[in-house]
Design a protein. Structure first.
Length: 423
């Protein structure tokens, strides 16, 4: 039996891979406009890194990590998200000391052992952004603006920004008390996990997917009502700057995110067409994470967008992006002609022209059919006769007009013509 890819992990190929490339390219361009620098980390890390940062009692750490011992018995984990690795790298290389570096981005695969369904995979890809070193609310607003602008620029216009504040450890403790008091009234009705969470990590009850738990938390107290003066001021300022960006947003009192390291601002971006997995991205502030991971006390804020989900939304809302069409398709008829075509093709490619070539020495008809499939407008044909005359035939597949070009001028004439057309 043939070997297939692992369940929940996909091969990405043309024409879809071209859409991926365009999304990644757009992200890189937009990151550059905001001064972000790329940071590439390994996809394997010590398990402890994720357990300590994401939180022992989260779904990710409890059930979803790909964790295994290496040959020496060291426990390793395929990264389920990017922030923890980025923070580890910044601490390890003391990048927080470099004055021109404070904004980092990463694009790459993440791994979670979840039950695969539409928009949920075991290997998925994220565009990730982290801004390190500032507590200022203007930064929270700016990263949200980046995400919303990015969606707009790739053609997703009907997304919604949901936002909440989770407060700081000081205001969270009275809130926790109020929350536990409320949750305990329903103790018998919760699912098994939430029954435990009430005592271990009550905020996690908010992201339980079980219907009856979701119903109960609808009436739960709101974090916003328990914010301390400083956190309240911070949140108001975030909204103030967000208003300046003209992004519309919704306050979502029960948004807590699925990871423990967040404090103050938390947000998610919801898009239509995704079904149950309706968040294309999410993020927030994590002022305590650097210290938690053994680094200096540095505030930070960031987010991640899921590329697969962006693609689903794009597919449902707009036509596929067009894939590259060759500037020239070359047809050789006979071995001698193939040698000449081969040299011309390499010369043109060196001059930045996209050339496709029929590698098999098939009939003119069959090679023309292949050129058509590529959507090529210009086709250059060289056969024995043409070689004898020292010419090549240039055919326009749309107008069906043909002209002759001297072989020793082919390169220059085509470069000029093709470049002119693409202006
Ligand atoms: P999270 O930090 O878990 O909220 O993830 C951020 C974003 O990554 C989500 O909004 C999704 O777009 C994407 N994402 C998370 N988990 C998966 C998954 N299993 N499959 C596909 N995309 C995912």
């Amino acid at each position: 039996m043939a070997i297939t890819a692992i369940k929940g992990m996909s091969d990405i190929y043309s024409p879809e891979v071209e859409v991926w490339q365009q999304i990644e390219e757009k992200a890189r361009q937009l990151f550059a406009r905001f001064g972000f620098r790329e940071l590439r980390t390994p996809i394997l890390e010590k398990t402890e890194l994720f357990a300590r940062s994401i939180g022992e009692d989260t779904d990710i750490v409890q059930k979803e990590m790909y964790t295994f011992p290496d040959r020496k018995g060291n426990m390793l984990t395929l990264r389920p998200e990017a922030t923890a690795s980025i923070v580890r790298a910044i601490i390890q290389h003391r990048l927080y000391n470099v004055p021109t570096m404070g904004k980092f981005f990463a694009i790459g695969p993440m791994f979670r052992y979840e039950r695969p369904q539409k928009g949920r995979y075991r290997q998925f890809h994220q565009v990730d952004a982290e801004v390190v070193g500032s507590k200022e609310p203007v930064v929270d607003a700016e990263v949200m603006y980046w995400a919303m602008l990015f969606l707009e620029e790739i053609g997703i216009r009907d997304s919604e920004l949901h936002i909440n504040s989770l407060g700081c450890p000081e205001c969270r403790s009275p809130f926790r008390e109020r929350l536990v008091k409320y949750l305990r009234e329903y103790e018998e009705s919760f699912c098994k996990d939430c029954g435990r969470r009430i005592y271990t990590n009550p905020l996690r009850v908010f992201d339980c997917k079980v219907e009856k738990c979701k119903e109960i938390v609808k009436g739960a107290p709101k974090v916003l009502d328990s914010l301390c003066g400083e956190c309240k001021k911070h949140f108001e300022k975030v909204l103030f700057f967000l208003d300046k960006t003209r992004c519309t947003y919704k306050l979502n009192h029960h948004l807590v995110r699925g990871l423990d390291y967040y404090n103050r601002t938390a947000f998610e971006i919801i898009a239509s067409g995704l079904g149950a997995q309706n968040a294309v991205g999410g993020g927030g502030r994590y002022d305590g994470l650097f210290k938690e991971l053994g680094g200096p006390d540095i505030p930070a804020v960031g987010f991640a967008l899921g590329i697969e989900r962006l693609l689903i939304v794009l597919k449902e809302s707009s036509p596929q992006l067009k894939i590259g069409v060759p500037d020239l398709y070359m047809i050789a008829l006979g071995e001698k002609a193939q040698e000449v075509c081969f040299s011309i093709a390499q010369g043109l490619r060196k001059k930045e022209i996209y050339v496709e070539m029929g590698y098999e020495l098939k009939s003119l008809k069959s090679q023309m059919r292949r050129a058509d499939k590529f959507g090529a407008v210009h086709v250059l044909i060289i056969g024995e006769n043409e070689l004898e005359k020292g010419i090549a035939i240039l055919r326009n597949m749309v107008t069906k007009k043909q002209s002759e070009i001297a072989l020793d001028e082919v390169e220059n004439i085509l470069v000029e013509r093709i470049k002119k057309e693409s202006e």
